[in-house]
Ligand binder design. Structure first.
Ligand SMILES: C[S@@+](CC[C@H](N)C(=O)[O-])C[C@H]1O[C@@H](n2cnc3c(N)ncnc32)[C@H](O)[C@@H]1O
Length: 250
């Protein structure tokens, strides 16, 4: 391995869901710059000599600014040690990996990306519902529920609703009311299954099964990271025969 800097996916929380490569790198890293969301059991895999630096990112908010994180990464990389930048889930999904890669490139420092299990697939595994389903959900859309400007980003709600696939919303627990009303206004059936999974893969996991019209009320204000899954493929087996056909658009 020529790279000395690794952007590593820590997965959704359960240490058993780390890749073998991530595990190996955690054991050999001299410095680990990690998000606050990363489970302590994962950090405990680090070598005794490793320096652990909490860069404070939490659910899209962060105490260190992204610029500070980029600078820290470059400065540590210049020491020639093995640096792991450990990010929740997969680094390439809502993880601001591009900014970190660009800072390293500008400083002529190589890096390698180690993918991780993203919250969407961890939640689907917990629910035992496939995100895609033949004839029911032919596409899968990952959306940010919270944008750089603050609040719900302006997605093309009509196009998303017409596509009829499964919508997975990251960082959406605080904007769920707006999300639901935009989707219903765009033509989504108010009875469309909508499920929130808080702390997917962790012992404190909490599942709220609702419809798109009832989810805002049922969800309340979860304290842990929460992902929303919306679409006909999220209907339970009992509901399935009835709802799947009724809910399909077009
Ligand atoms: C900034 S995004 C990072 C996503 C991450 N890169 C990934 O691939 O999962 C943070 C959001 O991911 C979701 N998330 C991360 N871990 C989660 C978990 N264990 N359970 C549910 N949602 C999670 C939440 O929607 C949270 O607000």
């Amino acid at each position: 391995m020529s790279a000395r800097v690794f952007l590593v996916g820590a997965g959704p929380g359960d240490p058993d869901l780390l890749t073998i490569k991530a595990h190996r790198l955690l054991q050999s890293a001299d410095v680990i710059l990690h998000d606050s969301l990363v489970d302590p059991r994962i950090l405990s895999l680090a070598a005794d000599h490793a320096e652990l630096v909490d860069v404070g990112k939490r659910c899209g908010k962060h105490s260190a600014t992204q610029t500070t994180i980029n600078e820290l990464l470059v400065n540590y990389a210049r020491t020639g040690q093995i640096i792991v930048r450990l990010k929740g889930g997969d680094p390439m999904i809502f993880g601001r990996a591009t900014e970190e890669m660009e800072s390293l490139q500008a400083a002529k420092i190589d890096c390698e990306i180690i993918p991780g299990i993203t919250a969407a697939t961890a939640a689907a595994a917990s629910l035992q519902r496939s995100l895609t389903q033949r004839g029911i959900a032919r596409s899968l859309h990952f959306l940010a529920g919270h944008g750089a400007e603050g609040g719900l980003p302006a997605h093309d709600w009509v196009a998303l609703t017409r596509a009829g696939g499964t919508l997975v919303v990251y960082m959406g627990s605080q904007t769920v009311a707006g999300l639901a009303s935009h989707l219903i206004e765009a033509g989504m059936n108010p009875a469309m299954p909508a499920i929130a999974v808080e702390n997917a893969s962790l012992p404190e996991q909490n599942i709220t099964s609702a419809t798109i019209s009832t989810l805002p009320r049922q969800l309340g204000r979860p304290s842990g990271p929460t992902i929303l899954l919306i679409g006909a493929a999220m209907a339970s087996e009992e509901e399935f025969a009835v709802t799947a056909a009724q809910l399909m658009v077009g």
